[in-house]
Write a protein that binds this ligand. Structure first.
Ligand SMILES: NC(=O)C1=CN([C@@H]2O[C@H](COP(=O)(O)OP(=O)(O)OC[C@H]3O[C@@H](n4cnc5c(N)ncnc54)[C@H](OP(=O)(O)O)[C@@H]3O)[C@@H](O)[C@H]2O)C=CC1
Ligand SMILES: CC[C@](O)(C(C)=O)C(=O)O
Ligand SMILES: [Mg+2]
Ligand SMILES: [Mg+2]
Length: 344
């Protein structure tokens, strides 16, 4: 079945320009949605707790900041862009008491609805506009006149106008410049978790680290291993982004292309695909969600251990030194990103 796609011409920005929008959270996605909606002529306020370290940044970028409860009270469109594990408490404390029939509750990912941590009342619209890219690039693409594709889903259409509002929202953050695909909260949540765990984040990071370790353990220079297994990955993936795997194979040498066919399936073999299916099962049956939320509720000790181990991998120190020598390889988000920490 062909996907149902939406582009700028399918949406009317004035539908959201007439609303009071509260964006809760000002991190990766929150800052991107708030700034791009504002630049699309929407009345935006940002909801952050009194002590939030994001307050100064949002204010410096020209946005009005109030507490989450105040933002929800003022708004008829409430956008939940705090971290997924924080959303359950945020909903109970600030959103639910201020929801009135006809309001819209908006998500950037379906986790809390799909796994039942948030159960909105029947009188509100519930929809999702989920960018298929990191928030800092969602904002960068919008600012440069482009966009990151989005998945759009309506879980509840209490007003009968939820789709028009969802599409207007998607247009407001630049998503319909690239294309919006109609989906469900279930499809978005399960595919997004699978993609980030098996391929985009977990799979790629483990592949890069294993390649780096294999070369350095065999006695090759760490700097050579870094360029080979990490730095050049961006250049290869850029070609895949532009023209699929086929364009990458067109540009690399015949030697590389032949080696790709011979050795790729030796690395990513049937056993890897079997474990990918296990990962997908843990997502769909709720095992992953339960483990993540239990760890978060306990103060995230397992998460902290994972981060510490990952940040102390030798590839990070080698890369830091090499990137410092390449003036053009700079962080676009230098005000925001602290080298050597995954924590935002
Ligand atoms: N990161 C991404 O690129 C993507 C994320 N998503 C989804 O978007 C949503 C947001 O994720 P992401 O942008 O990564 O989140 P972040 O981790 O970047 O969010 C951090 C922000 O939320 C604030 N915050 C934390 N707790 C609260 C609270 N209780 N009330 C209000 N604000 C709070 C933080 O404030 P402080 O500075 O004080 O800590 C900070 O401003 C999630 O549903 C995620 O799955 C979807 C697509 C991609
Ligand atoms: C790939 C990770 C992601 O799903 C994303 C940027 O799309 C996320 O949750 O951050
Ligand atoms: Mg994603
Ligand atoms: Mg995700």
């Amino acid at each position: 079945m062909a996907a149902e796609m939406f582009y700028d011409d399918n949406a009317d920005l004035s539908v959201i320009q007439g609303k009071n929008v509260a964006v809760l959270g000002y991190g990766s996605q929150g800052h991107a949605h708030a700034l791009s909606l504002r630049d699309s002529g929407v009345d935006v306020r940002v909801g952050l707790p009194e002590g939030s370290k994001s307050r100064a940044k949002a204010e410096a970028q020209g946005l009005r900041v109030v507490t989450p409860a105040e933002a929800c009270e003022e708004a008829d469109v409430i956008v939940v862009l705090a971290p997924d594990p924080a959303q359950r408490a945020l909903y109970k404390e600030a959103i639910e008491p201020n929801l009135v029939d006809g309001d819209a509750l908006v998500f950037g990912h379906g986790f809390n609805i799909r796994f039942g941590y948030i159960k909105p009342p029947a009188g509100v619209d519930v929809f999702m506009v989920a960018p298929k890219g990191p928030g800092h690039l969602v904002r960068r693409e919008y600012s440069e006149g482009r966009g990151v594709p989005v998945l759009v889903a309506v879980e509840q259409d209490a007003t009968g106008k939820a789709w028009d509002l969802a599409l207007a929202y998607a247009k407001g953050i630049g998503g319909l410049r690239a294309g919006g695909i109609k989906t469900t909260f279930t499809e978005e949540t399960e595919t997004d978790l699978f993609g980030e765990q098996a391929v985009l984040c977990g799979g790629v990071s483990a592949l890069v680290q294993a390649g780096f370790e294999t070369l350095t353990e065999a006695g090759y220079q760490p700097e050579v291993a870094y360029f080979e297994c990490l730095h050049e990955l961006k250049l290869i993936v850029d070609l895949m982004y532009e023209g699929g795997i086929a364009k990458q194979r067109w540009s690399v040498s015949d030697t590389a292309e032949y080696g790709d066919y011979v050795s790729g399936p030796r690395i990513i073999d049937a056993s890897v695909k079997a474990r990918m299916k296990d990962v997908l099962n843990d997502i769909t049956d709720g095992t992953f969600a339960a483990r993540f939320i239990a760890d978060q509720d306990a103060g995230a000790p397992e998460f902290a251990e994972f981060r510490k181990a990952s940040e102390s991998h030798p590839i990070e120190a080698v890369g830091k030194d090499l990137r410092a020598l390449m003036a053009w390889v700079k962080s676009h988000d230098a005000d925001d990103y602290v080298e050597g920490t995954a924590a935002r």
